[in-house]
Design a protein around this ligand. Structure first.
Ligand code: ADP
Ligand code: ASP
Ligand code: MG
Length: 814
């Protein structure tokens, strides 16, 4: 004998019910008890209808109509026309009774728990009857049995307690005698000794099936649902969650108690006592193995088997100096709660006995506060105990596994993982069985916490990086292309899974939680909503993903002003925009401090030398104990290009024009030629070397005549270059006469920085610097005479994009 239970989605409509029929027809057991839920969503509909009616809201009639239509349509689709009329008339007559009950609630303007159970029972009554008639029409050897005739409970309406003695006897007698191979029954509903309809609690059809399985010593209990088993975490919230092939009763019970809705928690109890195995299977993927639940212990399997969570939790803390050493306080505390029928989901008590903290359902919170404060009124009036308050909108997340007790460091790993992602933990409980470690967190952090923990404990160390990219000009576009090309490699080799979730340019922005396709991002962006920096940030904050990275590929000051809000929310910032790091020292320092405080890397490697690893090398030198003595560098690709090409055969004006046309300079070439850009770069290197320095302190002896510097547009600027050609030729000649080349050099030594043109003699490291390359010499205590040299292409969209990419990977390995 076997019990098969089909949940709401499995019987939601005619198409699904046909799948159910195939599964039942294929069963090899000699007798199959088929327990069904109400058509998916009907229980909620019934409850809503009842609430509307009792609130004397006429619209309850519309809901009732919807309920009627769903059932009548299902019959019409499932049952051949010739056999329909009997089923239709029976169902219509039941629906009439339901209507009368609802009218009653409407007239009285009230609904008792007893009436509510009566009304809600129609969901399962109708579904089970229709399904049995369909099976019969399909020529299965089938009969129908009203569950209320066998399953008996007390009168605790809404969540009645089963009378196992009577129920077991009823079941044995009935199922031994019944001749048919298949018996269809309603889940969830039962009846009291006095004959009233009762229910076993929301999700209770699983329990009905387990009660019957245990009573008749079934060989197996199959729970057929809409997912392929019990997953490592709720698959709706954690996309990477996977079915657990085999799990122990205790583990399954723990997971379901802590929110794995796929199994109603009391379900395990009756079958555990008899050692009957449970399989959870998917009606829509019947071949899938699903999850097997048995008493076999998980000997060598994973330590953490699953992560679950319960929402709508409130924390109550009883604390005060008067609690220490006084026996009986906790007893009174729990007694009060229990007398009010408030169930305690989690308990923590510090060993100082200074406080006891309990988690209860949000809906019980206010009542709990009231009764506890009343019970301790005397102690509160003496100031020995503080009045209890409830902290609401919390959730519990729990790691579950039989083997957790044999492994050290799991809770450490759990909490540090959450901490790194800025998930604030309000309370912690670890059962003595060590099968469960639970933490209370803010409800809004649940998705992030579950995904972070899942990644840490189940995903083969693959780390998910969630990118939000602002700016898709030259650099941004190249960057997105590079990610697309490298994604597979990174996943396989570095175990990094990169997803771009948001993209914005100055006009529009788009978000896609599943990751924006990098093949067609530009199309999507064009159709996106209006760009708004603040909204972009708020969206990211709301999504609240772990390992979120904001990537700034713009040159906008306004964008750089948003970094602090990202960092404060533990969102890392990667930028090629130099403005923030070269702004006032206090601002730079503030951002660096925020990054440390909120565990969110702030990386800007491309601020100096594009893709060259200059800042990273500098950081590593310092971190490993070296000291920077001097930095000498050519940091402007544009200026290097100019002075490499300018000679007595050309004019300075033409070379600048050419550089501008070929994209080697900023659109306004004065930004490069005035030395401002190089000043910013050496400033950043000086700061990263540990110096408090501001841009005004950098010496800059400009080589441009004052008149050129004073121009306010490109036309005047170029005209002034023509006018001063003689001066430029003189500059060239002076260098050339001594066999030197002109290079625009940035220097930093003894806390002082300067930039300017220099004559570089043959043999100097800078002499042969080609095209638009950059070079940096680090003179340090370890490299005092022969500097450490970093040299290579220091400008261009491709190398800048790859520098940003490298920063992202640094965060991935963080
Ligand atoms: P049924 O109507 O078949 O009883 P339920 O909705 O009660 O189905 O339970 C199945 C749902 O449980 C899944 O669709 C899934 O969203 C949810 N769920 C929550 N946690 C888990 C988990 N750890 N494993 C599988 N499903 C889970
Ligand atoms: N139909 C009931 C509910 O929705 C029982 C169940 O489906 O298990 O809660
Ligand atoms: Mg269920």
């Amino acid at each position: 004998m076997k019990v098969l239970k089909f949940g709401g989605t499995s019987v939601a409509n005619a198409k699904n019910i046909a799948l159910v029929k195939n599964i039942v027809a294929n069963s090899k057991a000699t007798k199959n008890i088929v327990v069904v839920s109400a058509l998916g969503g009907v229980t909620d509909l019934l409850l809503n209808t009842a609430t509307l009616a009792s609130a004397q809201d006429n619209t309850y009639k519309n809901s009732l109509k919807e309920i009627e239509e769903r059932h009548l349509n299902t019959i019409k689709e499932l049952i051949p026309v010739l056999q329909q009329s009997k089923v239709l008339s029976k169902v219509k007559s039941e629906l009439n009774t339901l209507e009368t009950l609802l009218e009653g609630a409407y007239l009285i303007g009230e609904i008792t728990p007893k009436l509510s159970d009566k009304i809600v029972s129609y969901g399962e009554l109708l579904s089970s009857y229709i399904i049995s008639e369909y099976f019969i029409a399909e020529k299965l050897n089938c009969s129908y049995k009203d569950s209320r005739e066998v399953i008996k409970t007390n009168s605790n309406f809404g969540k009645a307690i089963v009378d196992f003695k009577v129920t077991n006897t009823n079941c044995k007698e009935f199922f031994t005698a019944v001749p048919e191979q298949i018996i269809v029954m309603a889940g969830f509903i039962a009846s009291s000794i006095s004959g009233d309809s009762t229910t076993l609690g929301r999700g209770g059809s699983d329990y009905t099936a387990a009660i019957i399985a245990s009573a008749i010593d079934a060989e197996l209990l199959e729970i057929w649902t809409d997912v392929s088993g019990m997953y490592t975490a709720n698959p709706r919230i954690v996309k990477q969650a996977m079915p657990i092939p085999h799990i122990s009763y205790e583990e399954a019970m723990e997971l379901s108690h802590f929110g794995a809705k796929v199994l109603y928690p009391p379900t395990i109890q009756p079958v555990l006592a008899k050692g009957i195995s449970i399989v959870i299977k998917n009606t829509f993927d019947a071949e899938n193995e699903g999850t097997l639940i048995t008493k076999n212990k998980n000997e060598q399997g994973k330590t953490v088997r699953g992560i679950s969570h319960v929402e709508h939790i409130a924390l109550l803390s009883l604390e005060g100096p008067g609690m220490v050493g006084i026996p009986g306080i906790s007893k009174r505390f729990f007694e009060v709660l229990s007398q009010a029928n408030i169930s305690v989901v989690l308990i923590t008590q510090a060993s100082s006995e200074h406080s006891i903290c309990v988690g209860v359902s949000d809906t019980d919170a206010l009542k709990a506060v009231e009764i506890v404060n009343e019970a301790f009124e005397y102690e509160i009036s003496l100031g020995k105990i503080k009045p209890v308050i409830a902290e609401q909108d919390l959730a519990i997340i729990a790691l579950v596994g039989d083997n957790m007790k044999r492994h050290q460091g799991l809770s450490g790993k759990m909490f540090s993982t959450l901490g790194k992602n800025n998930v604030n933990i309000r309370a912690i409980a670890q059962g003595a069985s060590e099968r469960n470690i639970s933490a209370v967190i803010v409800k809004d952090d649940v998705k992030k916490a579950l995904n972070t923990l899942h990644e840490e404990f189940f995903e083969d160390n693959t780390k998910q990086l969630n990118l939000f990219v602002m700016g898709v000009g030259n650099v941004g576009t190249k960057f997105l292309n590079q990610i697309q090309q490298q994604r597979k490699f990174l996943k396989e080799n570095l175990k990094l899974n990169i997803r771009v979730i948001g993209i914005s340019n100055s006009r529009t922005m788009v978000f896609d939680e599943d990751g924006i396709s990098l093949k067609s991002w530009d199309e999507k962006l064009k159709g996106g909503e209006k760009a708004d920096k603040q909204k972009f940030f708020e969206n990211i904050q709301k999504l609240n993903y772990r390992n979120s990275i904001f990537v700034d590929n713009t040159a906008s000051a306004a964008v750089s002003e948003t970094y602090a809000s990202y960092l404060k929310n533990s969102i890392s910032v990667v930028t090629c925009n130099k403005i923030a790091c070269s702004s006032e020292y206090n601002n730079y320092k503030h951002l660096k401090d925020l990054a440390r405080q909120y565990n969110a890397p702030f990386l800007f490697e491309t601020n100096v030398g594009a893709g060259l690893p200059i800042i990273d090398t500098l950081k590593n030198l310092i971190a490993s104990g070296d000291k920077i003595l001097k930095i000498q560098a050519v940091l402007s690709g544009s200026l290097n290009f100019l002075f490499n090409n300018f000679n007595d055969q050309s004019t300075f004006h033409d070379i600048v024009k050419q550089a501008q046309e070929q994209g080697y300079t900023e659109p306004d070439p004065k930004i490069d030629l005035s030395g401002i850009d190089v000043m910013r770069k050496i400033l950043i290197l000086a700061r990263e070397s540990g110096n408090k320095i501001d841009i005004e302190e950098i010496a800059n002896k400009p080589f441009l005549p004052e008149e050129s510097l004073a121009t306010t547009n490109n036309e005047d600027f170029f005209a002034s270059l023509i006018k001063h050609e003689a001066g430029f030729q003189k500059m060239y000649k002076e260098a050339n006469d001594t066999g030197s080349k002109l290079k625009y050099v940035a220097q930093y030594e003894n806390g002082k920085a300067s930039v300017g043109l220099q004559h570089i003699p043959k043999g100097h490291d800078f002499y042969n610097l080609e095209g638009s390359d950059n070079i940096v010499l680090f003179y340090t205590e370890r490299y005092p005479n022969q500097p450490m040299i970093i040299k290579g292409a220091g400008a261009g969209a491709d190398v800048t994009a790859s520098g940003i990419f490298a920063d992202i990977i640094r965060i991935g390995n963080f």
